[in-house]
Design a protein. Structure first.
Length: 318
């Protein structure tokens, strides 16, 4: 059996490195109270079980349980499932994906959030291996109809069941069954290596930065000249806020909202003084998924500096 993860909570970069140590990978989207995730860990001992959950209260509860019980083959990510699938996995790399009673987001304006909208389903099936399987259980008519339309349009085979194919029942499953709600169970096996037009999301591993020499008044001058901006450029939507002094007068931070494929992030770009040198880099790098749009934004701030100030580049990789 493969060596266990050092700690059950991971980020996307750690997951990309760890998953190669296992013969197979299974993903549960929205693990909730963790009953089904625990079941998967028991029955698929040689597989890496990846649990994804965005709700803090559920995530913390399951995290403490995994720590307490020392379950060796489970890792957890507190993130939007689409972000994890797009940036942590390449096409045709996952054996099984499970979604048990995902939020139906029933309002018309919430369609883009549903796991069964076309964009989300293309992503899910792109990540499954040939012969891989997607399992969906739901009481939602909306999710049911969207899934059926997707597979019908593509001529995919789908198995429909009136009862669960698994011996474990989740909290929501028990709840809906006790209120006599109709539950739909779907099993769809991928028959080829189609990536459904979804490539792997690029993540930059190195720490992007540049060091410049500038005058003592550089930070003050930067705050005076830098104006908040909003722009769209080749799949990236940037919206910045005003630069401000951090807890020390030797550093300023620039907050920027970045929206791109399958991910929205609010990042801070740091400009920090040490002697006569100033370093431009990401603030709290470990909390950021460094995508091409994040890198592009760093380049735009660097270009702004070069256009507006007398500086000399000393070193760096930007």
């Amino acid at each position: 059996m493969s060596s266990p993860p050092d700690f059950p909570v991971m980020n996307i970069l750690e997951l990309k490195e760890k998953k190669g140590n296992y013969p197979g990978v299974v993903v549960e989207i929205g693990f909730g109270h963790g009953e089904f995730l625990h079941y998967l860990a028991d029955v698929k001992l040689n597989f890496l079980i990846v649990g994804i959950e965005i709700a803090s209260k559920y995530f913390k509860k399951v995290m403490y349980r995994m720590l307490r019980e020392g379950i060796p083959n489970v890792v957890l990510l507190k993130e939007d499932a689409r972000t994890v699938l797009y940036y942590a996995f390449e096409p045709n790399s996952i054996d099984e994906i499970y979604a048990n009673f995902p939020d139906p987001w029933p309002k018309s304006g919430q369609k883009k959030r549903r796991i069964t909208n076309e964009k989300s389903l293309r992503l899910i099936f792109s990540r499954l291996k040939k012969g891989g399987t997607f399992y969906l259980s739901t009481d939602s008519v909306i999710l049911k109809e969207e899934l059926l339309e997707f597979v019908r349009e593509r001529g995919m085979e789908i198995e429909k069941r009136s009862g669960s194919p698994f011996p474990i029942k989740t909290k929501y499953e028990r709840k809906w069954q006790s209120s006599n709600k109709e539950i739909h169970y779907f099993i769809i096996k991928k028959s080829d290596e189609d990536n459904f037009g979804v490539e792997e999301g690029e993540v930059i591993v190195t720490m992007p930065h540049v060091v410049v020499e500038a005058s003592k008044s550089f930070l003050k001058d930067f705050i005076g000249k830098f104006k908040p901006f909003e722009k769209k450029e080749k799949g990236c939507h940037f919206k910045s806020e005003r630069a401000f002094l951090a807890n020390t007068e030797d550093e300023i931070l620039i907050p920027i909202l970045i929206n791109e494929e399958f991910i929205n992030q609010r990042i801070f770009i740091s400009l920090r003084r040490k002697g006569e040198e100033y370093t431009l880099k990401l603030y709290e790098r470990d909390k950021i998924i460094v995508t091409r749009c994040v890198l592009k934004d760093l380049y735009s701030i660097k270009d702004f500096i070069l256009r507006n100030f007398e500086v000399k580049i000393v070193r760096g990789n930007l």
